[in-house]
Design a protein around this ligand. Structure first.
Ligand SMILES: *Cc1c(COP(=O)(O)O)cnc(C)c1O
Length: 454
């Protein structure tokens, strides 16, 4: 079933941009801004929970997709925990008040100190490889079996999607124990037999560009393995299957396709046993929860032509849309054109390039795109950038991280019933100040090299 048109969220987005201009959050002196639709985040969280209704599921959000404490706190309020992959991400989850039992710690490079902290705190850990498991053995001896849920990440090696760098389940992926390698499965079964406290099995077949059927194949491989292990040890030792995240996002329109319910339908067809109540499921979705809930607004500083090409020079480029600029075929974004008051421009489309502020020629977020003619003082909106774009800043040209605000839109009583009303903003992150840019650029050591004499 296709989702109803996402026009409600598009209308909220336009209202938020208009209000952000009115309130001076974006414009000539605040040339780039991230905006997040709080109602949209809640809707996405509820859609996820509804899709898995009927089975015991613990949902976590992949923190790297929006490493912003207020976002994690909002999701936590909706019952969604945190999947973390570094001490920084764990600190953010803790600062957001996410309880330990809702946190999952994955990473291919956990240090002994990080493992110790997680296990001592009761945070679930998914080991990536045999060497890491040996470290965990020592810590479990120290803290006691059952100190925290422990799982093993396996790579079902089901193949690649359309974006190589996003495909975690290829034959040679760096993640997890490669199940189809010679002897690997037997080793995994033995590893569980030797560790009665290891109760989880983890796989993550993602991400953008991977077909749902392939993702489901990855989950099936993990499920089949869990069944085999439980049969061999003679009890349901593995009681929790962590199926990862990775649901791709549609960047072509406002439609939410595929939705969580479609993925769950395919999972039910492919792996019916997953839903028969014997396993608790853990999920780790990132992009699919947040991408459509955020956008970047940027001021158009100048317009020009070069060799016959019409170019709008804006303040959103590689510093905020790094993947789009460096890999435009894999990460195209829709761009909206708005006038200086933040109203959508509706004039006839003209072919234009939309450039960013960075000093290299390839800093374009759209090439040869048909858009209403942009003028200096206008705004462009980069849609569907609520996941990864706010949290994956590129410090090129010492450009500061922009502010991020969340918005909600109230209702007013109109002649024909309730009509959309005032937009209210709440800060998620301040724009980085020049002092902060200086601090992370060694300003406190200004004279250190000059003073270093031989
Ligand atoms: C990145 C990641 C996710 C989330 O991926 P999305 O494509 O954003 O849903 C989940 N689990 C692990 C282990 C990851 O590395």
């Amino acid at each position: 079933m296709p989702q109803p048109p996402a026009s409600a969220s598009a209308a909220r987005r336009d209202a938020a941009l208009r209000a952000a201009v009115e309130q001076g959050l974006v414009g000539p002196d605040a040339p780039v801004l991230g905006l997040l639709d709080v109602a949209g985040v809640r809707e996405a969280a509820r859609a996820l929970k509804a899709a898995f209704a009927g089975v015991e599921a613990r949902h976590t959000f992949a923190v790297k997709a929006a490493s912003l404490v207020p976002v994690l706190a909002l999701l936590n309020e909706e019952g969604i925990g945190a999947e973390v992959a570094s001490p920084g991400e764990l600190a953010l989850a803790r600062a957001a008040g996410v309880p330990a039992e809702r946190i999952v710690f994955d990473s291919p490079a956990k240090t002994v100190g990080e493992l110790r902290d997680a296990l001592a705190s009761g945070i679930a850990v998914n080991a990536d490889n045999p060497q890491e498991l040996a470290r965990i053995d020592e810590l479990v001896e120290e803290f006691g079996a059952g100190c925290a849920p422990v799982g093993l990440r396996v790579n079902p090696q089901v193949g690649s999607g359309s974006i190589g760098a996003m495909s975690t389940a290829t034959a040679t992926s760096k993640f997890g124990v490669a199940l189809r390698d010679a002897g690997a499965e037997q080793w995994v079964i033995g590893a569980y037999k030797a560790r009665p406290w290891m109760t989880r099995l983890h796989t993550h077949t993602g991400s953008q560009g991977v077909a749902l059927e392939l993702m489901a194949e990855g989950v099936r491989a993990a499920y089949d393995l869990a069944e085999k292990i439980n049969a061999q040890v003679g009890r349901q030792q593995i009681d929790t299957l962590d199926i990862g995240g990775g649901l791709p996002v549609n960047f072509d329109s406002d439609a939410v396709t595929p939705g969580f319910e479609e993925y769950v339908r395919i999972l039910r067809e492919t792996v019916p046993g997953l839903f028969d109540g014997r396993y608790t499921l853990v999920t780790e979705f990132g992009r699919s929860l947040l991408a459509k809930q955020g956008f970047i607004a940027a001021h158009v500083e100048y317009t020009k032509t070069s060799g016959g090409r019409r170019i709008a020079v804006t303040h959103a480029g590689a510093q905020v849309a790094t993947r789009t600029v460096f890999a435009p075929e894999s990460w195209p974004l829709r761009v909206g054109a708005y006038d200086a008051e933040g109203r959508p421009r509706t004039t006839a489309p003209l072919v234009q390039d939309v450039a960013g502020p960075c000093c290299f020629a390839g800093d374009l977020v759209a090439r040869g795109r048909e858009l209403p003619e942009l003028e200096p003082g206008d705004l462009v909106a980069l849609y569907d950038t609520g996941a990864y774009y706010f949290s994956t800043h590129f410090h090129y040209n010492s450009l500061p991280r922009p502010a991020v605000y969340g918005y909600v839109q109230g209702y007013i009583q109109g002649e024909n019933g309730a009509e959309p009303g005032k937009v209210t903003f709440a800060p998620v992150r301040s724009a980085q100040s020049l002092d902060e840019v200086l601090a992370e650029s060694g300003a406190q050591y200004a004279g250190s090299l000059v003073g270093l004499v031989d």
